[in-house]
Design a binder for this molecule. Sequence first.
Ligand code: MN
Length: 490
Amino acid sequence: MTPPGATFSGRIIMPRLLLLSCQNENESEADLNPTQRGYAPLMNDAISGQRVPNQPQAKKKAAKRNGSILRSPRLAGPHTVTTHFAPVLGKRFARDPENLLLLKMAHAAYGGLSRAGGRVRGRGANIFTQWLGDPDALGSAVVLSAILEHLGVEEIRILVGALGHPQNRNLVQRCGIVLHDPNSGRIAGGLNCLVDTSPPLGMTNTGLVQPVSRYFFIADHHSEPDEVEANCRSHGVKHVSNAFVGLPVGSTSAFMAVLGAAFGVIERLGPRGRAAAALGIYTDTSALLHGPTPLDFRMFEILTRDEATQDLLDELRDYRVPPEWFLYRTAAFEQMETRGAIRIAPVGFVSEELRDVIAEVASDLLRIEGTSIGIAIALTDRGTEVSVRADSRLIGGDQQRIVRVIDSLLEYAFPGVSGFKFERQPPHRVEGGAFVAHEKTRQMMLQSGTVEGLDSSDRAVGHCRACARSLIAALEDLRFARPEEIQGLL
Ligand SMILES: [Mn+2]
């Protein structure tokens, strides 16, 4: 039987390549006994487009980077990996060269965690993720939790700051996931793990989490290893033992699920755990349509074989939202400003538990015919939040241009603070956001005169409108300064 993912094999965009060097090192390991052997600094060759590490080059680079913070067990050869995964995933899947790199990484993760087994027994573990938990983060955490439990870890806490979408609250409730506060709820001296986001904690989507300096295990498919290494270096992270960052997979849940399968814990997850992980794969790949790898397909299929899991997953997918959700959306579309192919919607104040409506508004702006860039702006308890969705297909030619335009608009409207982060998946689509903290937001409101004499909801709308106006001013500015840049957008 052909794995369902096989036909999508050419669709993986932005291969985030990891190369692991073959060096031994003696540096002490986070939270563990320093005699651990067989670990190597985690390498990232600057996206060479090749999946198979070039040995001499990898060795040269490793020598230069002996002091890497991110460490990872070395990758085994194809035969070992194929033999290990064939019983779990089927021979044909395990042998397919396209799956090899991911399976090598899963095998290395299996090895690293197994070897640590004896020393983690009886300890406590913290599983951190993004401040606002999404299904992929929650699904990954549930699987990791089962693996750690299997290894004898005594107490495990899943740490999530808040949930910004009704679907996620539903998921937590139905699947019985117990969440703890990332700051006050963590286990002191526990093994620190991080899933579906990269260290350091305390940056961007983990902005409110107090940082830690040592990590036991990390799995993420978002940031490039080089970037993570640099951020760790500049933010006081000292050591990461089992680092699997920049995973070339559509969802962290798929990687955690194959790791869980290697440990034989898929059964132990029960329908609730399996449904949580399957929903993680499902939402992060937009129903297995956006950037899924064969592993996403395979693990989704394996997780959802039994009827109880299927039924639960179906319920999770068919979620309900409170009426406010649509009030926010209505307000956004009523106040939407359009300039050419660019649409900007001021949403007003959004409460934290419905915060994901901001991204949903941005996605829906892009759904309107002829739109290349959709921007939603809202005020939350954290500050000003901006969500951006763009599609460069209408502008043709240099597709990188759309990112430059967004960057310059945000930089103009929120000078020095926008912190626009984005992902491209598939290559013509850009998803990202920017955030202006509370203090700076207050200053902006004072400057634009939206603080005095209005009630608070009007103030929030006024502020978002003022932001929309600055974005439009930035666009006008760009039209004169660099007309070629906005060709096809205005
Ligand atoms: Mn994810």
